[in-house]
Design a protein around this ligand. Structure first.
Ligand SMILES: Nc1ncnc2c1ncn2[C@@H]1O[C@H](COP(=O)(O)OP(=O)(O)O)[C@@H](O)[C@H]1O
Ligand SMILES: [Mg+2]
Length: 247
């Protein structure tokens, strides 16, 4: 199967209509992502990065076009298949962690297993194992408010891994973190890639490049070349992540 793309989109379009205004968030995106690759997606704010990731993750529907994951076309799945896809085949990591505040780390991590009818003891063991992988075995009983931002994001990474999905999607996972915690998350994603996961990360942080096997540039909802991207963004004055710690 290694000769086939894991993710393939064809002419993917997403439009949002609000009253009389239509925003074209994605404008005909065709791409292929190889299994076992680490893709870094860059683009200015509003260029469609989150929209692309949400569609790949089955969190939203395209207006037109197709998304194929392995052998399956996402937009042809019904709600049940889509829920199964989100649960077992993709792990999603958000900028703002999206942990459940009332639950200790371990329960946040094992939460996706509740729907799989896995006995409590087994859920517990699996969550412990994954928390150990992200270096947080000693924080299993801590609630999100008792953890630093970097630790919360590591809990979120562990949650994304609980069902051992082949595909990891991360939307600006270091955007809310200090420089050092951000780098820890990047190295963690890189380790997952080395362990065989396919990783797609949206980021503004140039340090992520060193881990990438592929770069993807978005401008106004379209995939563009690196050259076109550089030309278009060299005069932009958008906030840039601190660069002092580039390794
Ligand atoms: N739910 C929505 N309703 C209306 N417009 C949206 C919605 N989500 C995104 N958009 C618009 O689509 C465009 C792309 O957004 P987004 O994918 O979030 O960009 P990025 O992640 O690159 O900043 C933006 O113009 C944004 O305002
Ligand atoms: Mg975004």
């Amino acid at each position: 199967m290694l000769d086939k793309a894991l993710v393939r989109t064809r002419d993917l379009t997403k439009r949002y209509t609000m009253g009389e205004n239509t925003v074209v968030a994605l404008d005909g995106v065709s791409l292929e992502i190889d299994p076992g690759s680490f893709t870094v997606v860059m683009g200015p704010s509003g260029s469609g990065k989150s929209t692309l990731l949400y569609l790949l993750g089955g969190l939203d529907w395209p207006t037109s076009g197709s998304i194929t994951i392995g052998e399956d076309e996402i937009e042809k799945m019904d709600e049940n298949l889509l829920a199964e896809y989100r649960r077992n085949r993709v792990g999603f990591i958000f900028q703002s962690f999206n942990l459940i505040p009332s639950m200790p780390a371990e329960e946040n991590v094992s939460f996706p297993l509740r729907f799989a009818r896995i006995p409590r003891a087994q859920r517990h063991a699996r969550a412990q194992e994954i928390l150990q992988k992200v270096g947080l075995s000693d924080r299993a009983t801590h609630k999100p408010t008792e953890l630093s931002g970097g630790q919360q994001q590591r809990v979120a990474v562990a949650r994304a891994l609980i069902n051992d999905p082949p595909l990891i999607l991360a939307d600006e996972p270091t955007g809310n973190l200090d420089s050092q915690s951000g780098f820890t998350i990047m190295k963690l994603l890189s380790r997952l890639h080395q362990a065989g996961k396919t990783v797609i990360v949206v980021t503004h942080d140039p340090r992520m490049r060193q881990f990438a096997t592929n770069m993807l540039y978005l401008l106004d909802g379209k995939v563009v070349s690196e050259e076109a991207y550089r030309k278009a963004t060299e005069n932009m004055t958008q906030p840039i992540v601190e660069q002092e710690e580039i390794l």
